[in-house]
Design a protein around this ligand. Structure first.
Ligand SMILES: Nc1ncnc2c1ncn2[C@@H]1O[C@H](COP(=O)(O)OP(=O)(O)O)[C@@H](O)[C@H]1O
Ligand SMILES: [Mg+2]
Length: 297
């Protein structure tokens, strides 16, 4: 990776312009790497371990990109891990690639912070969706189902490639209401073939991680499925801690979700592809043949 000494200085300059005197216009900052040049709005989204800036690449298409910049050098290993995992997953042509973030570029600042540049996925996180007043009591079950199908498809692809995501939670899932696409973000805590490498889970998320994560037991794909079901409970307006769902949710859907949440990973749902097929059948049973239902925003 190449070092870009401009980056940190420019980020700090921009931040202080906005912070000290908000009447001053905020100036975008520039990143130059050996691959390309990028411009970014200095107002970041705060991730768990990074700041994420929106901008574009200085090419003829003005490709929309985001910069994910580590806040602490101590998290560089997780950022490097995300690079390694995404390269592993992007090695093969598959329709599920559309559910993965597209890593375009990477660098290290003069303060030794890792920066990753991704193609911008034009969508909303599940957390943002629930913040919309329209969905303050949860989204309709039919919409949860297409989101769940796409999430299972992303998890199924990763799991078949030997990868466990390890931190599926609402702010790591982006969806595009207009065409029902989904992107599973943030592969910083992911594991590649942990059965062979002996790697353990890297991160415990109290609301969304499976019990075996806290207990530091061997990682299996069932951990991702547990977290995915918790996210769906949250989307439906349920309580992700107690797993209580709103009364309006069809009992067959509630039963299906319950299978993902069994405490023992061996008894729990294991195979995302099988579950994807079961969910498609359930959808037909409840609502009839699949048709595109517009998700109002
Ligand atoms: N490729 C992307 N396109 C659009 N938004 C993104 C993209 N990657 C990250 N984001 C935004 O940045 C936030 C934090 O990103 P994430 O990868 O989860 O960082 P962290 O590892 O610090 O939690 C996400 O919740 C999302 O809002
Ligand atoms: Mg995140």
């Amino acid at each position: 990776m190449e070092s870009d000494s401009l980056l940190t200085r420019l980020v700090l300059e921009s931040a202080s312009l906005g912070g000290k005197n908000s009447s001053l216009p905020r100036s975008w900052f520039t990143i130059k790497t050996s691959r390309s040049e990028y411009f970014f709005d200095p107002q970041p989204i705060e991730g768990d371990l990074s700041c994420v800036y929106s901008g574009y690449e200085n090419n003829s298409e003005k490709t929309e990109v985001v910069l994910k910049l580590a806040r602490n050098v101590g998290d560089n290993d997780l950022m490097q891990n995300e690079i390694k995992v995404l390269k592993h997953l992007q090695g093969r042509q598959a329709p599920q690639q559309k559910h993965l973030p597209v890593l375009l570029d990477q660098f290290v600042t003069d303060q030794n912070l890792v920066g990753l540049i991704f193609a911008r996925f034009d969508g909303y996180t599940l957390s943002t969706i629930r913040e919309n007043p329209r969905y303050k009591s949860g989204i309709p079950t039919e919409h949860m189902v297409w989101i769940f199908c796409r999430l299972l498809s992303a998890i199924g692809y990763a799991n078949k490639e030997g990868v466990i995501h390890g931190n599926i939670e609402p702010s790591n899932i982006l969806i595009q209401p207009r065409d029902h696409n989904l992107c599973l973000l943030d592969w910083t805590a992911a594991l590649i073939n942990p059965g062979k490498s002996g790697d353990g889970f890297k991160l415990y998320n109290p609301n969304y991680s499976a019990p075996e994560v806290k207990e530091r037991r061997a990682p299996t794909p069932a951990a991702d499925l547990y977290s995915a079901a918790k996210c769906m409970i949250y989307l439906l307006g349920g309580d992700a801690q107690t797993n209580k769902l709103p009364e309006s949710v069809d009992s067959r859907i509630a039963l299906f979700l319950g299978y993902f949440l069994l405490p023992s990973p061996l008894q729990r749902a294991q195979d995302a592809w099988q579950l994807y097929a079961q969910l498609q059948n359930l959808r037909t049973e409840i609502w009839g043949e699949e048709k595109f239902v517009k998700f109002d925003w």
